[in-house]
Design a protein around this ligand. Structure first.
Ligand code: GLY
Ligand code: MN
Ligand code: MN
Length: 461
């Protein structure tokens, strides 16, 4: 973890924003996979990590915004645990690591909450996303566990988002490390991208890199020659010439900061003409977007610029037609790019998504569109220095979507369906990078992963 002052300073910042009531941060516990003692990989809650840093099960952090005092509730382990898990630090020592001096056993937490409730003090908590946390909150607050999300504190959500959105230098350094691991994962995948290889073999090799060099993957790896399926978690295909392999993969560092990189590699390592045509368009959408990112410009503008690049280039290829601005305004390009340009990134790969996408990426002035495609943009606000986000345009030929739109005659004025028919077996291309907004512009984070056609072909060779 970082030095204890880092967490003390962050908590002091939150105390300043919140002023009164109690902030309750329930850390994660082990979750059983198929029987209680056989658990999923443990992942600590990101807000608990941000304010308390302790990467262990069964701890709760409490901030009393009136008195300014912080607490850790946790149990020292007993001899039974030591026999199976080895010796573990005492809660007192753990708490000291994040600058907290007040500790108590978990059994005391209920009394503290009951007393606060009886005094009509507000208990602020963030929206829980795990059943275990909902149960704990329900039991502490004597409320229906299923209602916990709706009872969460909007004031606390907004305060936490305002802090976590602006990355500290130590956080940026972690993300750079996470991209370095992703570099190893992606260049390994490129070298293995040969006809006859199974997707599963490449998937396993790069998942192993994430585990060997950091805290594992930041999200389940997407690796498929069916890249037209945006989040394809099936790795059952054998690679065949003529297909492209979309690899969307990132790592967590040991402190759980993430990277999220996508590269698309032709099977066999050489792009054919059609692959080059689509790849160069996505590359231009990616590099133009990165170049345009700076404080003040919004991610919605960046997204729409990328869509115009894609629509105008697809028009040159004869796949789209008509006025490009009108086509993008109407949402016709979303046949080929049905997702948003990117999202914030940090301790979560979709940073803070558990707190509610509309709190992160939208506000009273900037409302989410309900148009197919644009509606999936996770972050639409103007950028500020310290924001870290992804730029991930793509072009996909989704046969089922093409068939549906064609049969409905949708956007016939902008889409040349007879030509699109001849591309239905293409698959997809996505190119994703991780970007920091600086005072005057932006910076691509981390060791650059091969991206241009010559770079990718050279890596594969
Ligand atoms: N890794 C999923 C995404 O790019 O958002
Ligand atoms: Mn990704
Ligand atoms: Mn992403």
């Amino acid at each position: 973890m970082f030095k204890s002052e880092v967490y003390a300073t962050r908590r002091a910042g939150l105390h300043k924003l919140m002023k009164s009531g109690i902030g309750l941060f329930i850390g994660n516990v082990d979750a059983p996979m198929n029987y209680p003692a056989n658990t999923y990989h443990f992942r600590q809650d990101s807000d608990f990590l941000y304010f308390f840093g302790l990467d262990l099960q069964g701890l709760t952090g409490l901030m009393d915004f009136d008195s300014g005092k912080d607490w850790i509730f946790g149990n020292d382990i007993d001899m039974d645990d030591i026999i199976w898990m080895g010796p573990q630090p005492k809660v007192k020592e753990l708490a000291a690591r994040c600058g907290v001096t007040n500790i108590a056993p978990v059994s005391k937490l209920e009394g503290v909450i009951r007393e606060a409730v009886s005094k009509k003090r507000t208990i602020h908590f963030l929206p829980p996303y795990r059943a275990e946390t909902k149960m704990t909150l329900g039991s502490l607050l004597k409320e229906n566990p299923c209602q916990m999300k709706t009872l969460s504190s909007t004031a606390l959500i907004k305060a936490v988002i305002s802090m976590r959105s602006i990355k500290e230098q130590i956080e940026i350094d972690e993300i750079v490390k996470a991209v370095a691991i992703a570099y190893e994962m992606h260049t390994t995948a490129m070298k293995m991208c040969r006809p006859g290889m199974k997707e599963q073999e490449i998937f396993g090799a790069i998942e192993g890199i994430a585990l060997a060099k950091g805290g594992g993957t930041a999200f389940p790896i997407i690796l498929s020659i069916n890249g037209q399926t945006l989040h394809n978690h099936n790795h059952g295909n054998v690679l065949a010439k003529g297909r492209m392999m979309v690899t969307d993969a990132g790592a967590e560092t040991n402190l759980h900061y993430s990277s999220d990189i996508t590269r698309t590699t032709p099977v066999g390592g050489k792009f054919n003409r059609k692959q080059k045509e689509i790849y160069e368009i996505v590359l231009k959408a990616n590099t133009d977007s990165v170049k345009s990112a700076r404080p003040g410009i919004s991610n919605r503008d960046l997204h729409l610029n990328a869509c115009r690049v894609i629509a105008s280039s697809l028009k040159e290829l004869g796949l789209m037609k008509g006025d490009v601005d009108e086509a993008v305004q109407a949402g016709a390009h979303a046949l080929f790019m049905p997702h948003g340009l990117g999202h914030m990134m940090g301790l979560d790969v979709h940073d803070m998504e558990a707190l509610g996408e509309n709190f992160i990426g939208y506000n009273d002035q900037v409302k989410r569109s309900d148009q197919f495609g644009l509606a999936f943009l996770r972050f639409a606000l103007p950028f500020k220095p310290g924001h870290v986000f992804t730029v991930e345009p793509g072009i996909y030929f989704i046969p089922q979507l093409i068939d549906q739109w064609k049969s409905e005659g949708k956007f016939r004025e902008f889409i040349n369906y007879s030509k699109v028919e001849t591309w239905k077996d293409f698959g997809g291309v996505r190119i994703e990078d991780n970007v920091l907004i600086t005072e005057n512009g932006r910076k691509l984070l981390g060791k650059p992963v091969p991206k241009t056609i010559p770079e990718i072909e050279a890596t594969c060779a």
